[in-house]
Design a protein around this ligand. Structure first.
Ligand code: HEC
Ligand code: HEC
Length: 277
């Protein structure tokens, strides 16, 4: 919570000790600056056409407009590019949580034949850096991508006027009747656990990791396969409540309640900060 407060107050994070880091990869300005450069470097893809930032666009809350990721040669993957925000607090990575650390995760899109298609040994030879440096730099930069200072944060900090009455009603539903808080909780609105919500058209029977809901209103389409075009369709999905999870059940929300919930979700959009200033 401390970092959120710092961020809300616009204190430069500087050499931040609040962002959790592994012992062997502390944050330092040089590593973060290198990671930032690499994140925008198209040489990390086989045909020099795609950078991390192509799919994780800083102007779109670090995702893109495609329902499913579009890699080299126009190939389409099975999953939507997730927003990468406040990932330093993640417990596992990818929609299905199959990667245990950012150092493990960040190089996988490079070698993935559908995404960047560049074998790792070729990538490090091309850039003239070691694989360890590549992993540590990208992971460090990703850890500095922070979202906070939303109307919701200001409301929780005591500014009652930060949410409209309709959004406050939505917040009550989120915590109460709609039961969203049982998975979307804490500062990042996620328990970082896997659940089977029945969402999506591809692999809808599989469990997926609860995503953070920060900046959600500017990150359509939704779900692991981008199959929900709007927040309203997401809410309709939950309202039906068809899934093998005890927390998912029919909600019987009225049209007014659905509108309040979707207005509340819009209050989770604040500022994004990246890199070390
Ligand atoms: C072609 C689009 C594309 C490119 C390029 C790409 N990603 Fe991704 N990224 C995705 C998709 C899709 C997923 C989810 C894949 C899955 O769950 O199977 C993902 C997942 C992630 C995650 C996990 C987020 C979480 O919360 O679980 C991180 C971190 C990430 N990417 C960072 C990067 C970095 C760093 C690069 C550059 C080396 C990169 N990505 C390049 C599409 C892309
Ligand atoms: C049982 C746990 C659980 C509950 C309860 C729950 N969610 Fe989710 N939520 C998830 C998981 C897991 C995903 C990812 C599902 C997927 O993509 O297949 C998700 C995805 C989402 C997304 C899309 C995020 C994205 O990045 O695409 C939104 C928006 C959302 N939930 C809002 C809500 C709202 C609103 C409620 C209450 C009506 C709710 N959730 C209740 C676990 C839950």
């Amino acid at each position: 919570m401390i970092w959120l407060l710092l961020f809300a107050l616009k204190v430069p994070l500087g050499l931040d000790t609040h962002i959790p880091v592994p012992d062997d990869n502390p944050l330092n300005p040089e590593t973060v600056a290198l990671g930032r450069k690499l994140f925008f470097d198209k040489r990390l893809s086989k045909d020099n056409s795609i950078a991390c930032a192509t799919c994780h666009d800083p102007k779109r809350a670090f995702t893109d407009e495609h329902p499913r990721a579009k890699g080299i040669n126009g190939q389409i993957g099975r999953r939507r590019s997730p927003r990468i925000l406040n990932r330093a607090w993640g417990k596992s990575f990818f929609w299905d949580g199959r990667s245990p650390t950012l150092e493990d995760q960040v190089v996988q899109p490079i070698a993935n034949p559908i995404e960047m298609g560049l074998p790792l040994d070729e990538a490090v030879a091309r850039l003239g850096i070691s694989e360890t440096t590549l992993r540590r730099a990208l992971a460090s930069y990703v850890r500095t991508i922070l979202a906070g200072n939303s109307p919701y944060d200001r409301f929780l900090a005591g500014d009652r006027a930060a949410l409209t009455p309709q959004q406050q009603k939505g917040l009550q539903l989120f915590r109460g009747k709609a039961g969203c808080i049982s998975c979307h909780l804490g500062p990042n609105l996620t328990d970082e656990e896997l659940h089977q919500t029945g969402a999506g058209r591809i692999d809808s029977g599989k469990p997926f990791k609860t995503p953070s809901l920060r900046q959600i209103a500017e990150a359509a389409p939704y779900f692991h396969d981008g199959s929900a075009p709007t927040l309203e369709t997401v809410i309709d999905h939950y309202d039906k409540g068809e899934a093998n999870d005890p927390e998912i059940r029919p909600l019987h929300l009225s049209p007014d309640e659905k509108r309040a919930l979707s207005e509340f979700l819009k209050s989770l959009t604040g500022d994004i900060q990246e890199g070390l200033q």
